[in-house]
Unconditional design. Structure first.
Length: 300
């Protein structure tokens, strides 16, 4: 019984690790696409593709009550629309490094919200300590040694709101996934995410550009964002949260800036500074400490 539980828990951790590895690459992929498409166009296109893919592979439709539909509406609103819009709009008002740092507050916000809304995911000293260490590492990676901090209240509030939106989404997942199944759950999240994105797309002058799919660079990056980063990763994340909980899963989000930094080195030719490498080490240590404390693994 204990062996089965450990194997199940390991599966949850591996699923989350897969998600953050992919999502760390998406920032570079999105940066490439921004040369042709606006943020809302990229977001809507990727989730339409993801929804279509899940509808093909899981064409199961259920009759739901209005309460259930409202719950899925909330998941789509927080996990897709509010998260992506607040993050992308924040970039127009404040530094990208500030946005990255404040969005990375999602694990701390998840733990804080969970402490007051759940019975089995409470705050602990090692969780808070590990989170603060990892967040310090994120700051070093994102600011890359810059000591200039330009405060922008509107942009900073929007960026923090993105982290809060993801925290709410993750906490809402735990009960829903076990009840409906993760493929159906994710498809419904995308449906309502698309639905709530449409007004923003209209206000921001969305353009349908089918020609981009014929371009290997644009089409390839859109397929990666829609199929791998959205359809596959959202299913994996939703399942992982159901296995290990929202707090433990969200703690891995601290790894995303480090992965983005490494991807930028390989793809965009950027370089890693000494402070960036130090930040990466702090992130790894903080994530480990939040989960295990000082119980180092034994190799005997």
């Amino acid at each position: 019984m204990n062996s089965d539980r450990k194997n199940t828990s390991l599966t949850g951790h591996m699923l989350v690790l897969f998600c953050v590895l992919v999502w760390g690459v998406t920032f570079v992929s999105t940066k490439i696409l921004l040369a042709w498409r606006s943020p809302v166009e990229i977001a809507l296109d990727r989730f339409v593709l993801a929804y279509a893919l899940l509808a093909i592979f899981h064409p199961v439709f259920r009759r739901l009550s209005w309460r259930e539909e409202a719950y899925f509406f909330g998941l789509g609103l927080f996990g897709v629309t509010l998260y992506f819009l607040t993050e992308n709009i924040a970039l127009q008002y404040t530094q990208a490094s500030s946005v990255g740092l404040l969005v990375s507050s999602a694990p701390l916000l998840t733990a804080f919200f969970a402490h007051f809304t759940t019975h089995d995911e409470k705050l602990s000293a090692k969780l808070i300590g590990g989170s603060l260490i990892a967040l310090a590492g994120v700051a070093l990676v994102m600011f890359n040694g810059s000591v200039i901090l330009q405060l922008s209240p509107l942009g900073d509030i929007l960026a923090l709101s993105a982290g809060a939106a993801w925290a709410v989404y993750s906490l809402m997942l735990k009960r829903a996934g076990q009840r409906y199944g993760y493929l159906f759950l994710t498809r419904q999240v995308f449906f309502y995410g698309i639905l709530t994105l449409l007004p923003a797309a209209w206000l921001m002058d969305y353009r349908l550009d089918l020609g981009l799919w014929l371009n290997p660079v644009q089409g390839g990056n859109m397929v990666f964002l829609g199929v791998v980063a959205s359809a596959l990763c959202y299913v994996a994340w939703n399942k992982a949260v159901g296995i290990i909980g929202a707090v433990k899963a969200s703690n891995y989000i601290y790894l995303i800036p480090m992965i983005t930094m490494l991807t930028a080195v390989l793809v965009l030719g950027e370089r890693i500074t000494g402070l960036g490498a130090t930040g990466a080490a702090l992130i790894l240590f903080g994530v480990y400490y939040a989960e295990h404390g000082f119980n180092w693994p034994s190799f005997k």
